[in-house]
Write a protein that binds this ligand. Structure first.
Ligand SMILES: Cc1cc2nc3c(=O)[nH]c(=O)nc-3n(C[C@H](O)[C@H](O)[C@H](O)COP(=O)(O)OP(=O)(O)OC[C@H]3O[C@@H](n4cnc5c(N)ncnc54)[C@H](O)[C@@H]3O)c2cc1C
Length: 442
């Protein structure tokens, strides 16, 4: 029987903040009752976690207890005729792909890494490059099993009328421990992707390409040069894609090497950022069509394990906003201008339009509009001051920030961005908590 290990160092993906937590990693479902009872009584209560690919403090519970669900990773059933998958919540998307690709299925929605568990994907109601078509993953969840800290396990289906299903989708792990997930998969004719890349010179061109592509392409996304200023402001590379039709159904081989040590802090300085952005725009940005495996298309960062260590010991902040369509172009331009002025650019600046597909979770992040995701090396007060400026732009534009990405999202900003918060509250399990939730102080 697994118990809690005392005071382990537990970090989110952005490696800020560093906390100590009592953590347990059960391998069997019948270990959960005891752990949940024990953990929920602890000071700061209990949180379940997956692969801790959330960048900020939503996946940690400093000073409290955590159940690492990655040992509960058994498949329950997979119906090859309907594409319905039932699995424990600790199963990773990487393992789902290994099972389902040879049978001609793919994830209906995938984030930009496959190292995410089903439970973690549900609790943040993750989105992917096909949001304009498929919406969030929550739309493809048929049923969830949820264990509350009073020991009661409930099956919640999407027909649920109590609000508990909608609260658990995107519910930040605060409604209980998700033990099992039933997911509808998507049939595909190939594991390859037909991909087209098109450079754009400014944001107007980006918005025109997005509008033109959303009706005919399943996937759209753009890289934007966030150090470009003046006449080149908002330049980038637009990518649009569809699943191929060549009948090949191959699982991509395992990941490559890992970053073994924390990189020195100066590695990602202004000079290297400027050079990267310039080179990438010039050489990767030629208009072209290719057919490639799903892996480099969906998961380019998974090729290097622990790439987050490249940001050094001080870690980094992710910042992901969405602003409604009416304000999208001016707000995005203002954010890019503000970032370029400080020189604290990001390698991974991703711009995408979300479609008019309602998210099923009360606290789901996606809404119709334009989302911008950025990484910033942590340089202390200067980085926080830049993020405050970006907050002001997002708030003024009627937007919101993504708690999965942001380890410093201010409570006022969270409250303003999530109007269903009051409807969510009655579904909170008071034996559950997180560093994020206590910081929100709600
Ligand atoms: C390279 C990279 C790219 C990414 N791209 C995207 C993207 O394109 N779109 C997107 O939406 N997100 C993206 N993300 C964020 C990531 O998909 C989410 O943070 C996801 O929730 C992480 O899942 P996880 O298994 O690591 O869960 P964790 O990070 O460990 O936990 C996330 C949340 O889920 C809760 N949780 C986990 N398991 C359970 C459970 N069994 N029961 C109850 N609650 C649980 C935790 O309490 C926490 O609140 C990306 C992250 C990385 C590192």
């Amino acid at each position: 029987m697994t118990g809690f290990l005392p005071r382990s160092d537990v970090l989110p993906w952005g490696r800020i903040p560093r906390t100590h937590t009592r953590i347990a990693r059960p391998s069997f479902r019948d270990e959960l009752d005891g752990l949940i009872a024990d953990g929920s009584d602890a000071p700061n209560h209990l949180l379940a976690s997956g692969l801790r690919r959330s960048y900020g403090d939503s996946c940690i519970n400093g000073g409290g207890a955590m159940i690492d669900m990655t040992g509960l990773d058994h498949f329950v059933s997979f119906d090859r005729s309907t594409g319905l998958l039932v699995a424990e919540a600790g199963v990773s998307l990487a393992d789902v792909l290994k099972l389902v690709i040879p049978a001609g299925y793919f994830l209906p929605v995938t984030p930009g890494t496959k190292f995410v568990t089903l439970g973690g994907a549900v609790a943040h109601d993750v989105h992917g490059k096909n949001h304009h078509r498929a919406g969030t993953i929550g739309r493809w969840i048929r049923q969830l099993d949820l264990m509350r800290t009073d020991g009661v396990e409930r099956s919640l289906s999407r027909e649920d009328t109590t609000g508990a299903f909608a609260a658990t989708i995107g519910g930040l792990g605060l409604t209980g421990v998700i033990t099992r997930v039933t997911l509808e998969l998507m049939p595909v004719a190939s594991s390859n992707m037909d991909v087209q890349t098109i450079p754009f010179r400014n944001l107007s061109e980006f918005f025109a390409l997005a509008a033109e592509s959303e009706t005919t392409y399943d996937y759209t996304v753009a890289w934007v040069d966030c150090l470009a200023k003046g006449s080149t402001l908002g330049r980038g590379i637009f990518t649009r894609a569809r699943h191929g039709g060549d009948g090949q159904l191959r699982v991509h081989p395992a990941a490559g090497p890992s970053v073994p040590l924390d990189a020195p802090g100066f590695l990602l300085n202004r000079l290297s950022l400027t050079a990267f952005n310039e080179i990438y725009y010039r050489f990767a940005g030629r208009r072209r069509r290719t057919t490639i495996s799903y892996h480099p298309f969906f998961y380019p960062l998974d090729v290097v394990g622990s790439w987050n260590r490249l940001y050094g010991r001080r870690g980094f902040y992710q910042y992901q906003s969405v602003v409604p369509p009416a304000n999208a172009e001016p707000a995005t331009a203002e954010m890019l201008r503000t970032i370029a002025e400080t020189g604290q650019g990001s390698f991974l600046a991703v711009l995408k339009t979300f479609g008019d597909v309602p998210s099923p979770g009360l606290l789901s992040f996606p809404m119709m509009g334009t989302t911008l995701a950025l990484d910033f090396a942590n340089r202390g007060p200067s980085t926080l001051s830049l993020l405050d400026k970006l907050d002001a732009i997002v708030r003024e534009a009627g937007g919101r920030l993504y708690p999965a990405k942001d380890g410093r999202l201010p409570s006022a900003m969270f409250q303003a961005g999530y109007p269903a918060l009051e409807r969510f509250r009655p579904h909170i399990d008071h034996g559950m908590s997180s560093t994020f939730w206590r910081r929100m102080n709600l």
